[in-house]
Design a protein around this ligand. Structure first.
Ligand code: BG6
Length: 486
């Protein structure tokens, strides 16, 4: 197969929080895989920092172990790991005092791209940004990468953006929403803007409604305290589902450049109406009846009276010419029947049925599957084959990327692409500051609405499809959610 890898220039990547969970599970294995396919050369360096008193060889052993545990199955050869760890170095740095900053500076080279990746709690972002600047470690060409959450509400997001912009230009700031690095999310843009078939139909004249589902089978065990301060709205909707909504609803950008794409996304967020409390359903998973282990949300939340939602569903209206009259239904939750993320676009029924007496004529549904089995399905109505008259039935035009394009190889983790985009200096798949703030400006009044009412989330069973209220939200509109894990 011809290599499609586009090499990047040599870099020094400083990883703050290098011994943390995200670094171990995602960031370091992703860097390893891109090294393995020779996207960057051994001239690049990855410098781990954290408060842990590790040395270089201790960090190398830690990274080798992380790759063996979390690297792609069958692609973690010991020879490649041994070569990769030669790129590593380690400097103990304490973000809260002077320890290590000068040592860190002395490890960086003048003539290569500098990336500072902050895989640390957001309370440390301003402090680290300020020290990188005051110790003259960051240059005007350096890039800073941040993990969510970007604030807790509009005010805190503005404060955070302000603190970052005191030291870095917006063009240097890479805010990660890893959903944007998923293959199918980019495919959504390809599908819409590289085909002439869909775009003429992509509006309220032809589309009845859109369902966006991000269902997870896992619960919050292990991160209950963090999660309990966020809930599904802050943890998933304000960012990941918002991005899916934006890419589905946005106008075609004039070019595929970072600001052209992000300008269009901001316009969608600004067009969103505030969701009325009657147009949303919040849930919290309860214990499995008869289970010997404590497995309810409240068992892990750290607060036995918590009213935080582990599930949310809502009806969202995009108030613009393209979408007026076409609701977007969003839902996401933990401990549901399956891990399944998809965007389902429901087209309107044909305006007139010429097949008298034949039932089974349904509107087309285009399903864009993010995970698992990334791919696209189009539900069509066809003649039921064989004798029996003109009977109609539904049939799917189905494309799973892995089957249709086997030469593409294994699915790429979102982090692989995103980190390489940082090195390339391409911000298209990262959230701009105004975009994050617009999303909070939309989310805040909705969250305030239920906080003020004191309404508790409705209990739902583990392994199901969420609370009763979520089903009612659809029934009320004579619609039904797609079955999770069908
Ligand atoms: C994270 C959320 O951003 O995304 C988690 O904080 C969630 O709660 C995760 O589980 C889902 O990501 P993915 O890629 O597994 O769908």
């Amino acid at each position: 197969m011809v290599s499609r890898v586009i090499p990047v220039d040599p870099f020094d990547l400083v990883l703050f929080g290098a011994t943390g969970d995200l670094a171990r599970r995602k960031i370091l294995p992703s860097l390893f895989h891109r090294f393995q396919i020779a996207q960057f050369s051994p001239q690049s360096r990855i410098i781990g920092t954290s408060r842990s008193k590790l040395d270089k060889s201790g960090f190398q052993a830690f990274v080798a172990e992380a790759i063996r545990e979390f690297g792609q199955e069958g692609e973690t050869g010991e020879e490649d790991i041994a070569a990769f760890v030669q790129l590593l170095d380690y400097v103990p740095v304490d973000a809260k005092d002077d320890t290590g900053w000068l040592a860190l500076k002395s490890h960086l080279r003048a003539d290569v791209i500098r990336v500072f990746y902050l895989s640390v709690g957001p309370s440390l972002f301003p402090e680290i940004a300020s020290r990188l600047s005051s110790c003259n470690i960051a240059t005007p060409e350096s890039r800073i990468v941040l993990e969510k959450p970007f604030g807790h509400d509009l005010g805190s997001a503005q404060a955070l953006n302000g603190a970052l912009r005191d030291h870095f230009d917006e063009s240097q700031i890479y805010r990660i929403d890893h959903y944007l690095g998923k293959e199918t999310v980019q495919n959504l843009m390809a599908l819409r803007f590289a085909n002439s078939l869909f775009e003429p139909l992509w509006n309220s004249t032809h589309i009845d409604h859109v369902q966006i589902t991000v269902a997870e089978s896992i619960g919050v065990a292990g991160r209950g305290e963090y999660y309990d301060r966020s809930g599904a709205m802050r943890d998933m909707v304000q960012n990941h589902l918002m991005q899916l909504l934006c890419l589905t609803a946005m106008e075609p950008p004039s070019r595929f450049t970072s600001n052209a794409v992000r300008d269009e996304k901001v316009k969608v967020i600004e067009a969103l109406e505030t969701v009325a409390q009657g147009d949303l359903a919040r849930g919290q998973y309860r214990a499995t009846p008869g289970s010997a282990v404590a497995d309810s949300y409240l068992d892990h939340a750290g607060d036995p009276n918590s009213r935080t939602e582990s599930f949310i569903a809502m009806k969202v209206q995009v108030a613009n010419w393209r979408w007026a009259g076409t609701p977007f239904y969003l839902r996401t939750g933990k401990c549901l029947r399956a891990r399944e993320s998809e965007i389902a676009v429901y087209f309107r029924d044909p305006p007139h049925n010429i097949f008298e007496g034949a039932d089974g004529v349904h509107g087309n549904v285009l399903v864009i599957r993010l995970q698992p089995d990334e791919g696209i399905t189009l539900r069509t109505t066809i003649k039921d084959p064989g004798p029996g008259g003109m009977r109609l039935t539904g049939a799917n035009l189905d494309m799973t990327f892995a089957d249709s394009l086997p030469e593409a190889g294994r699915p790429q983790d979102a982090y692989e692409r995103l980190i390489m985009d940082v090195i390339r200096g391409n911000q298209t798949l990262f959230m701009r500051g105004d975009e994050v703030e617009a999303a909070w400006a939309w989310a805040d009044p909705i969250i305030d609405g239920w906080s003020q009412s004191g309404a508790a989330p409705q209990a739902y069973d583990r392994g199901g499809s969420g609370p009763e209220d979520s089903l009612l939200l659809m029934h009320r509109d004579n619609r039904r959610w797609r079955t999770i894990g069908a």
